[in-house]
Design a protein around this ligand. Sequence first.
Ligand SMILES: [Ca+2]
Ligand SMILES: [Ca+2]
Length: 314
Amino acid sequence: MILIGLCLFQDCPSRQEIQGSLKQVQKLLSAHEASYLQSLRNLKKKINLLQSNAGRQASKAINSTCMKLDAPVNGRKLGKSHSIGHEVHFLCDPGYELVGSESRICQENLIWSGQQPTCRDINECASSPCLNGGTCMDEVNQFSCVCAKGWAGATCQSPVPTSATTGPFVRPSRCTIVQGTTHCTCEPGYTISGRDSNTCTDIDECELFHNGQAGRLCLHACVNTAGGYRCSCPVGYDVTQDGRSCRDIDECATRQNNCTNDQMCINTYGGFQCVRVDCPKIPNATYVKTSPMALPLSRQSMSSRKRRIRWKLA
Ligand SMILES: [Ca+2]
Ligand SMILES: [Ca+2]
């Protein structure tokens, strides 16, 4: 149309010229088309490359975690994930203080931030709580005082009881202060008596267990002692190995008798007897000794030797 329109005012180009121009336009379009297709191919390649890189990064992130962290000794760790960006926290048990990082984060380089913390025992003796020359003993979450002579109490604040009230049956208590509260204990066999927690008195086990459900402590008699008790037996009896019962003493077997050689020792419950055995008096009869005295002494006890003295008519 343009060419036809132009033809109205100018000389029209020849058919050959028009065909030549059209060919040039076609070439130009073909070159543009080839360039466009090449650009598309390059763009596709770049998109594919980016997609594969992104996939690799994602799988790397999923499989990557920081090294496992342990809880500090005498403390705890809060948080179990060790992946990038996650955080763990640390706490110490009562009586310990945290030294180091309270929180640590798993960083992009797979290294935890901060320093591994430790739990340090808090020194409760730092404030010198023991009075009157007492020595402070630092313990976990508590302290105790070893008092100088003449002082007692949790912080050695009290003079020891007067000599009139002390003795083996009254002993000073051992006190510990836990988070500001005083706890006093006694040696075995003693108990805190009354309101005074500074002193311990002996437990009278004989009185305490006199009518106990488990039965009496002793078969015969109970004797209370400082810090304990013991059982006693009547004369002629020994306390058995279990410490509760009584067993007769065999005086004939243990040479605890005063029988003469011509007497026989007879053991009895709670004692013994010396018996002289007289043979029946028969006219014109004599007796000969047939006792097994010939047995070696090592094979016979004193009691059996004396019991075996035998006589017979000659
Ligand atoms: Ca006692
Ligand atoms: Ca006896």
